[in-house]
Design a protein around this ligand. Structure first.
Ligand SMILES: CCCCC/C=C\C/C=C\C/C=C\C/C=C\CCCC(=O)SCCNC(=O)CCNC(=O)[C@H](O)C(C)(C)COP(=O)(O)OP(=O)(O)OC[C@H]1O[C@@H](n2cnc3c(N)ncnc32)[C@H](O)[C@@H]1OP(=O)(O)O
Length: 184
């Protein structure tokens, strides 16, 4: 099998600047969960992160969640995969402001400090711009609103048609996806 080319989350050429959608939620708006059973933001998930995202200025977003015993890797410390999940969710939330459905293509994460259970992690993500269907973005996670940087991430999301979620997922009809696009 031919291996796909190595890909980077660092843009290789100048990006088209991001445009905040005219109907994007205003800065400071707390965003609803996009799916109640989502492991990152769903209020019905029994052990999920229950991450809450807020629209920021321009094309940026902030997110918060508190690390619990359900999120441990080593005793008393958050698992790195869980922290990547939090970054992925915050980055993915940029689609609220762009109003374009996207999926994560690549997520590069730097783990800078351990994150103990009980920590409320403060995340921010901002869109750098587009290269065709590829959306480039960066995120940071801090131990407190102005605290030390514990995480950094660079990501590429790929814009998909809404039907992606009908074709590959379950329990969603094309009508629901289009409703969701207009009124999530
Ligand atoms: C539903 C409507 C929503 C409307 C929006 C409104 C409001 C927002 C509402 C809710 C959203 C809110 C919050 C979301 C929160 C969290 C989000 C979590 C996100 C995830 O957790 S999501 C799960 C993990 N994710 C996957 O499950 C992806 C699996 N994968 C695939 O489904 C395919 O692989 C796909 C689609 C990626 C590509 O497939 P494809 O056939 O469509 O396109 P193709 O391969 O031609 O790539 C096209 C261009 O993307 C480049 N490209 C492709 N792959 C790349 C990679 N890996 N790295 C860098 N670049 C890549 C190519 O290089 C080419 O670039 P170029 O055009 O320049 O050549």
């Amino acid at each position: 099998m031919i291996e796909p080319p190595t890909r980077s989350a660092t843009p290789q050429r100048e990006l088209e600047p991001p445009e905040r959608h005219p109907e994007a939620p205003a800065p400071g708006t707390v965003l609803p969960s996009h799916y109640e059973n989502c492991v990152a933001c769903g209020p019905s998930h029994p052990t999920g992160l229950r991450l809450v995202s807020t629209a920021g200025p321009e094309v940026s977003i902030s997110g918060e969640f508190t690390v619990t015993a359900d999120h441990q890797g080593a005793p008393g410390l958050a698992h790195g995969g869980v922290l990547a999940l939090a970054l992925d969710e915050t980055l993915g939330g940029l689609s609220w402001l762009l109003r374009r459905p996207m999926v994560t293509g690549r997520l590069e994460t730097d783990y800078i400090r351990p994150v103990p259970v009980g920590t409320t992690l403060f995340l921010t993500a901002r869109c750098l711009g587009f290269a065709g269907r590829r959306m480039y973005a960066k995120a940071v996670g801090r131990l407190g609103p102005e605290g030390s940087v514990a995480l950094r991430a660079s990501a590429v999301f790929v814009v998909v048609p809404p039907e992606h979620f009908v074709e590959h997922g379950t329990d969603m009809t094309t009508e629901q996806v289009h409703d969701y696009e207009v009124n999530p």
